[in-house]
Structures are given as structure tokens and as C-alpha cells.
Design a protein around this ligand. Structure first.
Ligand code: DHB
Ligand code: FE
Length: 281
């Protein structure tokens, strides 16, 4: 039995609060009018085209209105947009990169997690459940030169699929860490293997998924943010072979380059290596 529930009212509303506080919703608000006309005009036209194509009825139009209102009241717009649209934006903005592949940010990042020197153990509960995972690697530029002033941030769900600071009952900063690399650009982080994650099913996003007979699962993943001065931030997720949702991620955020290859460490845990290459800013 879970000791807490993934209620939309908890994780969904927290994601809305955290997003508002991040300042990202107003950064870049000076979008030129021609650009706004193109984006907003096409969005409105796309909605009308769908209504036309399917001869949408008044009943369906009113259900849509009620649902849109409810997504906002549930605080689920960060969830909905990060699941269904962010993968497209991520593909567009990283198209020209030569270095490591990225993936979606998702709604559950919190800046300024505890800084722990490498070799680091991620903050976790004394009785944290899950297979021990030692995650190691190197951070370099696209020519292989070590980036010795890089940091790697890791955040992840626990063994039950919940994120600290979003689901209730988990200590602050649990399974969240910032690790500066060593003098050769290497890092080592001891953590646990996360569980597959189900986006909240009890709010309006879940209702929409049920209405189309879909599922709400994402495969187990580590969230990563790598930063180095003079280089582009790398927002990434890493996945585990054999997860039943690697091929049907609800958020469509899995790429073959993001698959880890964890090996048994002989002591009941696993080790996984990932080497990064960052593009210049
Ligand atoms: C969502 C959750 C995640 O952990 C993630 O990586 C992407 C999206 C979500 O609930 O929207
Ligand atoms: Fe996630």
C-alpha cells in the first residue's frame, strides 16, 4: 500500500506553483506581433479545422470547454503540456546539436538542489526502497576535451514513482542532487533505480486519457541537467532496458541514445555509465 497518493490535487497543483515561481512563464514575453500572429493564428485555425473535419457537435464543444476549465482548476497544465507537447519543442530546439541527445524537462524540476562533491550519494531516506544504482561518467565538449567546471543535476522518482516536493510525505530534496565534476570532468553518483511513473490518473488529464482508452505510463527514468560555462545546457532523461513502457511512453520522450546499460556490481546493486558531450553555447 502506498502511504501517499499521486493525487492530481497534490502533484498537479504543485507543478503549477513551481512553474509559476520559476519565472519561465513570463521570460521572453516580448514575442514580436508577427510571430504571435503566426503561432496564435495557426493554433486557432488548427482547432477550427479539427471541428470541421469531424463535424464537432455542440455537446462535444461544451465538453471541451468544461474540460479546459477543469485542467486549469486541477493545476494540470504543466503536466498536460509536458506530456503531450514538450517532446516536439525539444526536438525542434536541439535539432542542430552535435553533442549528447536531450529529452523533455517535465514538470518536476526544482532548482538549487543540495550540492554534493563527487563521489556523491544522492539525499535519500534511511530505508529508501529500490535497487542501488551507481551512475558514473564524464562531461566533455564535442571534441572530447574535459569540462572540469561542469555540474550535473539529477532528480528522479522513488521506487513507488513519486517525486519529492510534489507528492506529499517525502522529505525535501529526496532523490535530488547537484554534483560538480572532479578535475578530470568525471562524476559518480550513488542512487536507486527509479520506478515506472504514472502521470496522475485522478485529474482531468487522466480523464482525457481514459476517454481515448489510453494509458498514463512513462518508463522509469532519471532526469539530468548538465551545465558548463560557455556550453549549452543539456536537459535529458535516461532510461532502463527492458521497461515495458520504453516503446509506448505516454510523453514520447524515449530515444535509443538515452538507454543506459546497467551492469550488476556483484553486491546486489548496479552500475551504469554515461559520457556526455556538450555543444558550445
Ligand atoms: C510528467 C512527469 C514526468 O516525470 C516527466 O518526466 C514528464 C512528464 C508529467 O506528469 O507530466
Ligand atoms: Fe519524470
Amino acid at each position: 500500500m502506498n502511504t501517499h497518493s499521486p493525487a492530481a490535487a497534490d502533484s498537479g497543483a504543485s507543478a503549477t506553483d513551481v512553474f509559476r515561481q520559476s519565472g519561465r512563464s513570463s521570460a521572453g514575453a516580448d514575442i514580436p506581433v508577427e510571430r504571435a500572429q503566426a503561432l496564435i493564428g495557426d493554433a486557432i485555425k488548427a482547432m477550427s479545422d479539427i471541428a470541421e473535419k469531424h463535424s464537432m457537435t455542440y455537446e462535444e464543444f461544451n465538453i471541451l470547454k468544461g474540460w479546459l476549465i477543469q485542467v486549469g482548476e486541477d493545476g494540470e497544465w504543466p503536466l498536460w503540456l509536458d506530456v503531450f507537447l514538450e517532446h516536439t519543442i525539444e526536438d525542434i530546439v536541439t535539432r542542430d546539436r552535435k553533442g549528447s541527445k536531450g529529452s523533455i524537462f517535465g514538470p518536476y524540476y526544482v532548482p538549487n538542489s543540495p550540492v554534493i562533491q563527487s563521489p556523491a550519494t544522492i539525499p535519500m531516506r534511511d530505508d529508501e526502497k529500490g535497487t542501488r544504482l551507481k551512475f558514473t561518467g564524464n562531461i566533455a565538449d564535442v571534441d572530447g576535451g574535459a569540462l572540469t567546471d561542469a555540474t550535473i543535476e539529477l532528480w528522479q522518482a522513488d521506487e513507488e514513482g513519486y517525486y519529492s516536493q510534489f507528492a506529499p510525505g517525502i522529505p525535501e530534496w529526496n532523490l535530488r542532487v547537484t554534483v560538480p565534476v572532479d578535475s578530470e570532468g568525471n562524476f559518480e553518483i550513488s542512487t536507486i533505480q527509479p520506478a515506472p511513473y504514472q502521470i496522475p490518473t485522478d485529474g482531468s488529464t487522466g480523464k482525457m486519457i481514459a476517454a481515448i482508452d489510453g494509458h498514463a505510463w512513462r518508463p522509469a527514468h532519471l532526469h539530468i541537467l548538465v551545465k558548463a560555462p560557455g556550453h549549452q545546457d543539456l536537459i535529458q532523461q535516461l532510461y532502463f532496458p527492458g521497461d515495458e513502457h520504453n516503446d509506448d511512453d505516454v510523453a514520447q520522450a524515449v530515444k535509443p541514445e538515452l538507454m543506459l546499460d546497467p551492469q550488476p556490481d556483484g553486491e546486489g546493486g548496479k552500475t551504469a555509465v554515461y559520457n556526455y558531450q556538450l555543444d558550445k553555447a
